[in-house]
Design a protein around this ligand. Structure first.
Ligand code: ASP
Length: 320
């Protein structure tokens, strides 16, 4: 008998549609009493939050992380239901800070509990199947939706409404659920896990654009921030004016992390001119490999909480 801890946090999977077709939260999570038909699985269910995922922040992620640490040894796996809007961030935070071998599987829904074609119960049952599967161990945090298994490190929400919203553009889907099997296509590269105790750092994310000037960067440098993430152009480049703004921020000893605003691919220094990645890196900018802006923000938060020095912070954010 596999013992699975279920942590419900809210999101569309726990919501319902009213007469006007608007989706709202209820007092009762419809999944709490859901009939799932899995042999040899014993569920312990906790409603840890009942929040839309836009209301979830690092403080809630830390609470989840601490609950899972406490569950280690007492359970064979954990399933977390969560709103899809910030699911990739919670999954990345847990994946980066939990050194546990048991499967931790996150899921959600794109259609609420009483909508036609609701995907909540199906995804919930799929997540339980993956959590109970021996092959799911040592894979970090997994995201299961729409018969696919994704690694937290690479997964992102790709569509506003489609049930096939989650994808892993850089790595591809990690695994599949069929009616009778759970199939994994590859193993993850090594994970670099750090503990975390506080989540109080202020780290805004800025998106670069053609014609970006340095004004906002200079304003941010004068405000109370601990670091900044820039979703830069292409492989990690900026306009000349934005590059000058970055230099101003760096002169104040505020770490600047660059990722790409492109949906797919890895940011790395390639171009050697003002604003090009090579010169940005020489100036002290950190290139975060293979993650998007919202995940880089969490990674910097974790690195800063561990008081990594400048060189260790570069290495930590740079490594896969
Ligand atoms: N707005 C919802 C949320 O993230 C979307 C969803 O769950 O699919 O809570």
């Amino acid at each position: 008998m596999k013992k699975i801890l279920v942590l419900h946090t809210g999101g569309t999977i726990s919501m319902h549609e009213d007469e006007d077709g608007d989706v709202e939260t209820g007092i009762e999570n419809p999944l709490t009493g859901a009939q799932v038909t899995l042999p040899d699985v014993d569920l312990t269910v906790e409603n840890i939050f009942n929040l839309p995922s836009e209301h979830i922040g690092p403080i809630h992620m830390l609470q989840l992380q601490q609950r899972i640490l406490k569950a280690e040894g007492a359970f064979d796996g954990v399933v977390i239901t969560h709103g899809t809007d910030t699911l990739e961030e919670t999954s990345f935070f847990l994946d980066s800070t939990l050194d546990v071998s048991m499967p931790i599987v996150m899921t959600g829904a794109m259609r609420s509990s009483n909508e036609l074609g609701s995907d909540g119960l199906y995804n919930y049952q799929s997540a339980l199947r993956v959590a109970a599967e021996h092959e799911s161990q040592h894979r970090g945090v997994l995201v299961v939706m729409n018969d696919e298994i994704h690694a937290a490190r690479f997964v992102t929400k790709t569509h506003t409404t489609n049930v096939a919203t989650f994808g892993s553009p850089i790595s591809g889907t990690m695994g599949l659920l069929t009616k009778r099997q759970i199939i994994y296509f590859y193993d993850l590269p090594k994970r670099h896990i750090l503990p975390i105790a506080h989540v109080d750092k202020r780290i805004p994310v800025l998106k670069a654009y053609a014609g970006m000037d340095g004004q906002l960067l200079e304003l941010l440098a004068a405000s109370n921030i601990d670091g900044i993430i820039i979703e830069a152009l292409g492989a990690g480049n900026l306009s000349r004016e934005a590059a000058q703004g970055v230099q101003y921020i760096l002169s104040r000893n505020i770490p600047v992390v660059v990722v790409s605003r492109s949906f797919n691919g890895v940011a790395e220094p390639v171009y050697d001119y003002l604003g090009g990645g090579v010169q940005l890196e020489k100036a002290g900018v950190i290139f975060a490999t293979s993650i998007n802006g919202q995940k880089a923000r969490l990674k910097l938060l974790i690195g800063l909480d561990n008081r990594l020095d400048d060189s260790a912070l570069h290495t930590y954010l740079h490594q896969l």
